[in-house]
Design a protein around this ligand. Structure first.
Ligand SMILES: NC(=O)c1ccc[n+]([C@@H]2O[C@H](COP(=O)([O-])OP(=O)(O)OC[C@H]3O[C@@H](n4cnc5c(N)ncnc54)[C@H](O)[C@@H]3O)[C@@H](O)[C@H]2O)c1
Length: 284
């Protein structure tokens, strides 16, 4: 595969590399739900774009005031898509989502969970003083919601169904990430338990753990630039914070039948950062 050189090209390169041949396109015939598109820089936007290029039919979700931004962003997708209302903290929205998908398609093959939120009081080095309510809101929106989304869609998923969620390494403590970091650790555990309970029904659940990107959600992470600097220095492949589309190919792979034997996994798309203990000759 030739290297992707820009934000624009990464998904297209992935799509070109995974399509054609006797098997047709990687996601041909798949019906997928993609959450988390709010701008063109959203990681989920790259996934939606690449999934369409790989032959999938998709529907998006958004909520409240963000919906206007989502509808503007989706005009840049290769093919038109509908946007369904989903606030993951509104149980009724999951009932309506299930009804909508059942009416629209009858069944669904996969979904991307690309949703996270923490109140400002729950990040920024205020870990010891964060209130229970703020920590709970971060957990509910960013981790419990993976369970809610999966349970809403599972009855419509035939064997071979696949759910993927976006993660930031929850196995260690990061500067300022605080209760969002705890929520990501919880998300990883939620993924494993869903994989355990839905595996017997042929449904797979996996996470993709990414390096840092300059998205709307990231703008709420204090000292994000320090994290980026560390990442750029340590990742053996280097790291481009403006290229979220680099995540799209691995997500589409996990949504595809090529990944039929993979569940409960955390796939790192981080330039190799997680494999490296320290950077030679650099003082921080
Ligand atoms: N940007 C990064 O550096 C980075 C790195 C690793 C993982 N991630 C993860 O990727 C995912 C997508 O984030 P992004 O960086 O693309 O940012 P983004 O701001 O583009 O997307 C975040 C999405 O979460 C949605 N959301 C927030 N609260 C919600 C709610 N109550 N109900 C429904 N949707 C809600 C927003 O509408 C938005 O679409 C998140 O889980 C994030 O933690 C991001």
């Amino acid at each position: 595969m030739r290297p992707a050189t820009s934000y624009e090209s990464a998904g297209a390169v992935a799509a070109a590399s995974m399509s054609g041949g006797a098997g047709g396109q990687l996601l041909e015939g798949k019906r997928l739900l993609v959450t988390g598109v709010v701008t063109r820089k959203s990681i989920a936007f790259g996934v939606a774009r690449t999934a369409q290029l790989l032959g999938a039919e998709i529907v998006l979700t958004s909520f409240g005031r963000a919906r206007r931004l989502t509808e503007r962003a989706v005009r840049q997708l290769p093919y038109p898509v509908d946007v369904i209302e989903l606030d993951v903290n509104e149980p009724r929205d999951f009932e309506r989502l299930q009804d909508d998908v059942a009416r629209r398609w009858g069944s669904i093959d996969g979904a991307l969970h690309a949703i996270a939120f923490a109140p400002t009081e729950a990040m920024g080095g205020n870990f010891l003083n964060t209130s229970r309510e703020d920590a709970e809101l971060a957990f509910a929106t960013s981790a419990y919601s993976l369970k809610s989304l999966t349970v809403a869609l599972a009855p419509l998923m035939p064997p071979g169904g696949s759910v993927v969620a976006l993660d930031f390494d929850g196995s260690r403590a990061w500067p300022t990430y605080d209760w969002m970091g705890v929520s990501k650790a919880a998300l990883e555990a939620v993924g494993r338990y869903l994989a355990r309970d839905l595996g017997p029904r042929g449904i797979r659940v996996n996470l993709v753990s990414c390096g840092p990107f300059r998205t709307l959600a990231a703008s709420g992470v204090p000292a994000f630039d320090d994290l980026v600097e560390t990442w750029t220095l340590r990742a053996p492949l280097g790291w481009d914070t403006d290229n979220p589309e680099i995540v799209a190919g691995p997500v589409c792979f996990l949504l595809s039948d090529l990944a039929a034997g993979i569940s409960g996994e955390i796939l790192h798309v981080d330039g190799g950062f997680n494999a490296i203990g320290a950077t030679e000759g650099v003082r921080h």
